[in-house]
Design a protein around this ligand. Sequence first.
Ligand code: SF4
Ligand code: SF4
Length: 371
Amino acid sequence: MHGTEAVGESDALIDARRYLEICNACRYCEGYCAVFPAMEQRREFSAGDVSYLANLCHGCKGCFYSCQFAPPHEWNLNLPRVFAELRDDSYAEHAWPAALGGLYRRNGVVLAAAMAGAIALVLIVAMILSGSGMFGAHAVRPGAFYEVIPFPAMMWTGIVTLGWAVLAGVISTVKFWRASGAPSAALLDVGSWKQATSDAVKLTYLDGDGHGCNEATEAYTQTRRHLHHAMAGGFVLCLAATAVATVFHHLLGWVAPYAIYSPPVLLGLVGGVLLLAGTAGLFAIKLRADPVPSVKRLLGAEVAIVLLLACIALSGLLLLALRGTGAMGTLLAVHLGFVLALFVTLPYSKMMHAPFRFLALLRNAYEAKAH
Ligand code: SF4
Ligand code: SF4
């Protein structure tokens, strides 16, 4: 048994440790991403170290296509694949409550069921509360949305589900940070926060060595990085639209729906288009991705979260376009159903890669400075 190997370790962890030791001797890929310089600072790899490196990996696949020891070589070295498995293991292992960690294993099914259930629930509640008014034509005037779903029902459902998601997500993230053995001092280092934020916003490590990622072939492309930027930017703009609308409603007393040229609608419109474009493109990329450096069982979860975000964007844009028609009530209920599904599944979905990776980037920035 290896010095850092413990009884009960997964095959993925044992494989990863073997690969890392080979890479540490080879070092051919050290310019590709942060993982290689970070591994070179270590001679042995604890389970926490490997989990940290797996979450630092952005899955660009550059090291797979460059590696002389990748399949069909007998050493079968495949870092993107084993890191993807270990990332998924880390989400499940640190989920809170722990009993819900198993949801990661069936994430595609769970997400689809949550979507269908949430939409059905919102539609039924809306029909009970508004009766036939849900399907009538609505003038675009203040309070029209709340004739379909009363404001308190909408607000409290959002607060409770999002509040739960944030609580569970924060606890999971803290568990990951502690279990990976990260130095506490990194949390207080302003320079490391700046560097990690810059790396996260720019997606530095989806850039390979400046040439981008591999997707289905050995050819490099910046497409995935650009699409991820569109998706994340669109998501942030949609959040900003909701925040501005909240200020309008609670501080200024201006009630939705708002005029097309108002800040919440413009932010939501641009955000929705970017979110839809980014998710549609990423969905297409996932479908034609090379299966060898990927994990087939994780495809359902990855596709499901992208589709859920696309459904939120599309239903929001349709609601904006048709809010003066008889379709408004149904579209509002469907849109809120998709949003509700995202909130409920957030801490048990691929979305957890965002805080885990950010903390890995923070640790990397701190260790790189200290080294
Ligand atoms: S992935 Fe292959 S080529 Fe790259 S450092 Fe590791 S062993 Fe060397
Ligand atoms: S897949 Fe990309 S990000 Fe991950 S270890 Fe290889 S080169 Fe680095």
